[in-house]
Design a protein around this ligand. Structure first.
Ligand code: CU
Length: 107
C-alpha cells in the first residue's frame, strides 16, 4: 500500500500547487492519404492522436526545428500519439506520402 500512499501524496501536491495535470487529446484521422485537418491549434502539453483509417501505412514525423520526431510506421487501423510539450509552429508530415501536410501550432 506504500505506492498508493505515495500516489495520494503526489495528487495532493498537484492540488496544493494549483496544477491541472489533465491535458487534452486531439484526434487527427488519416484517410485517403490526407489528414482530416490542415492545421490545428493546441496547448502546450496536449497530445495528438493520429488514427490511420487508411488501408495503407503512414509514417508521421516532423523535421521542424525544436520539435523533430518520428512516430514510425503506423499500419492500417492503428494509431500513434505525440505529446507536444514545446511552444511553436510545427510541420507534421508523412514520410511515405509527402503531400500529407498538417501544421500544429502549440500555444
Ligand atoms: Cu502516409
Amino acid at each position: 500500500m506504500r505506492s498508493k500512499t505515495f500516489a495520494s501524496a503526489v495528487a495532493m501536491l498537484f492540488v496544493v500547487a494549483g496544477v491541472t495535470p489533465a491535458n487534452a487529446e486531439i484526434v487527427i484521422t488519416q484517410k485517403a492519404k490526407k489528414f482530416d485537418k490542415k492545421r490545428i491549434e493546441i496547448k502546450k502539453g496536449d497530445s495528438v492522436k493520429f488514427i490511420n483509417a487508411d488501408s495503407i501505412a503512414h509514417n508521421i514525423h516532423s523535421r521542424s526545428r525544436g520539435n523533430k520526431f518520428d512516430l514510425g510506421v503506423s499500419k492500417p487501423g492503428t494509431s500513434v500519439s505525440k505529446v507536444f510539450d514545446k511552444n511553436g509552429k510545427f510541420k507534421v508530415r508523412c514520410a511515405i506520402h509527402p503531400k500529407m501536410k498538417l501544421t500544429v501550432k502549440v500555444n
